[in-house]
Design a protein around this ligand. Structure first.
Ligand code: SF4
Length: 222
């Protein structure tokens, strides 16, 4: 993993190259409230962003509150969210989430990580995304892009997104917590893409551990 000084350098360079939350970074769209933010996050599991957005739009056309959601037939929910896959499991989770939200929280989504984690269907990733995007907390939420990027550069060395989130929390400087998610996610979408990272124009290509390993591998094959 990178040392503390290198971690600082990575964040500083990303902050110069990528938009933060105060600029033009794009968060989950169409989620003005915590309820819809939670549901959208549940829909995003193992789904591409555009498919999640399509499913969320179709579902919120049918219902926008937990009460209205519970009035729907499971088949209607499943049909609406079909584009994002795993729709039967996600339908069950949505129903359990709405029932619990109404029974335990009077329909109001809790605004703490612990409270969110107590909700059915909400894991660390969803909790942090809702905390970051909806409640404006200084939290680096870890989705697939952030997970990939952090472990490539060497900010973390974790196999799962939850472990990455844990390590990031421990290793990130306080000044980077507010916008870190936004820098990392934009970086993962624009430069350090999944299949063909654009290493030649990457602002941290002199530090990235993944690139160093690739170069070493190339040298041994020459
Ligand atoms: S050098 Fe390449 S792999 Fe490393 S962070 Fe930059 S784009 Fe990603």
């Amino acid at each position: 993993m990178l040392n503390g000084q290198q971690v600082e350098t990575v964040y500083r360079r990303l902050s110069e190259a990528m938009p933060g939350r105060t600029k033009d970074a794009k968060g989950p769209k169409g989620q003005p409230d915590a309820f819809r933010s939670c549901i959208s996050c549940m829909l995003s599991a193992q789904s591409l962003d555009r498919k999640t957005a399509r499913a969320a739009r179709a579902l919120f056309d049918l219902a926008q509150t937990p009460e209205a959601m519970l009035e729907l037939d499971d088949r209607d929910i499943a049909a609406a969210i079909k584009p994002c896959g795993l729709y039967n499991m996600k339908t069950r989770n949505i129903r359990k989430f709405c029932e619990y939200l109404l029974a335990e929280h009077g329909g109001v989504v809790p605004d703490t990580r612990e409270g969110l984690l107590s909700m059915p269907g909400i894991g660390r990733k969803c909790a942090d995304i809702v905390m970051c995007f909806t409640f404006g907390a200084d939290v680096i939420a870890v989705d697939t892009h952030v997970h990939r990027v952090c472990n490539r550069i060497g900010l973390t060395d974790a196999r799962t997104a939850d472990k990455t989130a844990h390590q990031l929390e421990e290793r990130s400087p306080d000044w980077a917590l507010r916008d870190g998610h936004f820098w990392l996610i934009q970086f993962g979408k624009r430069i350090c893409t999944s299949r063909s990272p654009k290493c030649d124009r990457c602002p941290v290509n002199d530090i990235c551990l993944w690139l160093k390993a690739q170069q070493k591998q190339d040298q041994t094959h020459e």
